[in-house]
Design a protein around this ligand. Sequence first.
Ligand code: G3P
Length: 494
Amino acid sequence: MPEETFTPLSDTQTPPTYRFFNGKEWVVSKSGKTTELKSPIDGEIVGKLQLVTHDEIDAVLEKAKQVQPLWEATPLHQRVKVMHLTADWIRHMEDYCTSLLMREIGKTTGDAKSEIVRTADLIDYIADEVISLRGETLDSDNFPGFEKGRTAIVEWVAHGVVVCIAPFNYPVNLSASKIVPALLMGNTVVFKPPTQGGISALHLAQLFIKAGLPEGVLSVVTGSGEEIGDYLVTHKHVNMVAFTGSSDVGVHIATKTGMIPLLFECGGNNPTLVLPDADMEPTAREIIKGGFSYSGQRCTAIKYVLGTQSTLDTLLPIILANMKDTVVMGDPRSPETKLVGPVISEAAAAKVQAAVDEAVKGGAEAVAGGHTKGNYVEPTLLKNVKPQMNVVATEVFGPVISFIPVASIDEAISIINTSTYGLQASVFTKDEGTGLVIAKKINVGTVQINGSPQRGPDHFPFMGVKHSGLGVQGVRYSLEAMSRLKSTVINKPS
Ligand code: G3P
């Protein structure tokens, strides 16, 4: 079944060369250029992706613009049906997609499977939710000085053509989380998958097509951000960009696009404040999970922990003791491996290691890990870290948690609020009232009380402030972001 289902995606060579989807069929680019994707697990080439040309992007966008009004006019229940069918296809292909994802981006079996299952559930949930999204009517006489007789009909309408750009760490889930609400709200989509993770993303796209999307409604263009990114997001036919990726790229896109709606989820350095009264065992387990899941390559990963010196002195040995059973670095395919596998590339590992080295040179101490071999970065705990060190001040996309001693809660809040990031933060305390008071003072998208930062459950709002994002995602919020309000006013003739 997998072979038959995915036949059009690539040739039959080993490793396969994948095609891109021009809205109608899977084709080879006229550029004659491809990019090789290596598995982070062992460096084996998983496949090659096309580098599409600017002419090919023009053609895809032309088609997307042309068919958009027809797609928006398609009855919503038909659009909903395509999404549910896609979710069914994903469940049907769960094992195949899981192993592909593992090999392509080095997720453990558990993490890869959960991404696939979560994606199917997310698609169903969004497709169910859209049915209850409705506009409203407003009457003129509610406002002082106005008589009855004028009625505003306020509706959600599509933006037009939406470019969706997804990252390597959730190439299936964070693609679907953009594509599905965009399509359901009547937009057409030009999808640019991540380069690493691109093969899994192409398979997802194929399932949308198999579920029955009409020609031109979804197309998939591949190529590096450096080579096609600017051309794509500044194209005159593009009406909105939805992007997940680094803050640097987010800022770059925002300065290029001009006045179109943007929905961005960018980097985070997610602090955790532990109060002296916190229940230290569950706090330690949350910090481990929050910092080391998928080798710390989540924009919601915990990057630093703040507490008084005595709180950290109590907490650190408990974290170290818990790590013995719960964190085992290794080949993500092995059942022995827990939480930490390879990071996405040796270049990414070198960047993480450079930040660790800088911290150690500046006086921090590695109480666990601290070293890298190839692209395997040891799960690392650094104590006596200073906020200005790169392990805290920049987004270190690897399994590193820094511990910063503070004299007071106010000092901790000031460190958090000084950051250029503002995705999520956690506060651990037995006193939820105190947690709420502190949460109000922290300038981030979401504060978690007694839990590690995380996006899910996926109908919760997900957003960042400062360089961590623009706009709000999460089932209903994404549907609203992928559309705009339009008002038509009926006036009584005088
Ligand atoms: O972009 C968000 C992603 O990196 C984190 O999602 O579900 O692991 O918190 P999650």
